[in-house]
Design a protein around this ligand. Structure first.
Ligand code: NCD
Length: 339
């Protein structure tokens, strides 16, 4: 069974959230619209909804993380769940316990939802296949494979700042080869019918036959950034490289680092995104990271609402009624109510 099949129940509703592959446009819009209602909640004095009251959420992070783990924790707490954070790398796993034994033990404590980050591709799928039917799994990043909630918060950011994704040219720049974020973004942009998706990197950091994913590859920033609406920068994933993929950091910055000069190739009102952690002076210059076109910090804020939406939907929140919306309609909308 593939992760695409395993994440749906018999009625075709999302049960686990493992990958963007196989999601339809409507699934994605349902999550984005539900997230919009949680943005409204975050502006209230009491930022809590009772949707996960009495539920236990375990953040099971086998790899380090700042933004993703913290925003998942805040998201679960805003939904009134009890949340435990675990880094088994430093406890059970270091004592030789297998992944599934760790999960079995936590499941014996009546965990309802596991949020899993793991250095190996397929770890979240393995757990999803193993747990009893009432337990839910969210993939918070597995190896190079997928990081679906990051892609969802990126889609939310694009919609909030640039309107309908279908009208937009998007460039993803940097270490595409090792990036689970890029893979999930490419699937999400395809499902939302983006006008064009480009990937820009040295040949050594582009997957072979990347065109098969429906993207246009470029090795030159001037050509690749020409007239794009959205620029997404990625970090060099050194922890996933075996050997040198770029001749030198200085040369990589000279050719691919996003400076104000290079950003000028994109549309004048293009936005700049980055999933973090950023390496200033390597893939992005501070003048751009902190500049007026950057939406890097709003991405983090939206991440809470998007993760709340995913948790609420897979834990049995009823689908929200979607209203037709045009460009920029995610701004300030208060029309959806999570069940
Ligand atoms: C990304 C990840 O972990 O895949 N970061 C994140 O989740 N915010 C990207 C990265 O580590 O470069």
């Amino acid at each position: 069974m593939t992760s695409t099949d395993i994440q749906f129940d018999a009625q075709g509703q999302l049960k686990h959230f493992l990958t963007i592959e196989g999601l339809k446009r409507d699934h994605i819009l349902q999550i984005l619209d539900t997230a919009q209602s949680f943005i409204t909640l975050a502006k209230k004095e009491i930022k809590k909804a009772p949707l996960l009251r009495g539920k236990t959420v375990v953040n099971l992070f086998f790899e380090s993380s700042t933004r993703t783990r913290t925003t998942f924790e805040i998201a679960a707490k805003r939904l009134s769940a009890d949340v435990i954070n675990l880094n088994p790398q430093h406890s059970a796993t270091s004592k030789g316990e297998t992944l599934l034994d760790t999960v079995n033990n936590l499941e014996a404590m009546h965990t309802d939802l596991f949020v899993v980050r793991h250095p190996n591709s397929g770890a979240a799928n393995l757990i999803a296949k193993h747990v009893p039917p009432h337990v839910r799994i969210i993939n918070a990043g597995d190896g190079r494979h997928a990081h679906p909630t990051q892609a969802m918060l990126d889609m939310f950011t694009i919609r909030a700042h640039k309107g309908d994704v279908a009208n937009l040219r998007v460039a993803i720049v940097g270490d595409i080869l090792h990036s689970r974020v890029a893979r999930s973004q490419i699937h999400a942009l395809a499902a939302l019918g983006a006008a064009q998706v480009r990937v820009i990197a040295p040949k050594t950091l582009l997957p072979t036959e990347v065109e098969r994913l429906g993207v246009h590859p470029y090795t030159d920033m001037h050509e690749g950034l020409h007239d794009v609406d959205v620029v997404i920068m990625l970090r060099l994933q050194r922890e996933r490289m075996n050997g040198a993929f770029v001749p030198s950091e200085q040369e990589f910055f000279n050719l691919y680092g996003l400076t104000a000069d290079k950003l000028a190739y994109a549309k004048q009102d293009a936005i700049v995104m980055h999933p973090g952690p950023m390496n200033r002076g390597l893939e992005i210059d501070s003048s751009v990271a902190d500049g007026p076109q950057s939406v890097i910090l709003p991405q983090v804020t939206y991440g809470i609402a998007v993760r709340m939406a995913v948790m609420a939907l897979i834990m049995g929140g009823k689908p929200v009624a979607r209203k037709r919306r045009g460009n920029r309609s995610t701004r300030g909308s208060d029309e959806t109510t999570p069940a």
